[in-house]
Write a protein that binds this ligand. Structure first.
Ligand code: FES
Length: 78
């Protein structure tokens, strides 16, 4: 979507808890990358991707928003 932007140039390492809802920013406008902070509304950009993980884990979440495997970094920022 044209109102989306890059939220950063590298993934953010996150400790994810099991069965908790996370809202990954898809639009790039959040100041709280990689997570949504509601900025997509004012920007008229895409809404967050809500996801959970089944087991606690460390993950590298995409901030450039170019990943083909959201919310995870796939190296597309390079
Ligand atoms: S601020 Fe980017 S999806 Fe909400």
């Amino acid at each position: 979507m044209e109102n989306n932007t890059r939220g950063g140039d590298a993934p953010v390492k996150c400790e994810l808890e099991a069965n908790k809802n996370y809202a990954w920013c898809t639009c790039g406008h959040s100041e709280d990358q990689p997570f949504c902070n509601g900025s997509h509304r004012a920007a008229k950009a895409t809404t967050p991707l809500v996801f959970t993980v089944e087991e606690e884990k460390t993950a590298y979440l995409c901030t450039c928003k170019q990943t083909k495997n959201p919310p995870y970094c796939d190296g597309s920022h390079n």
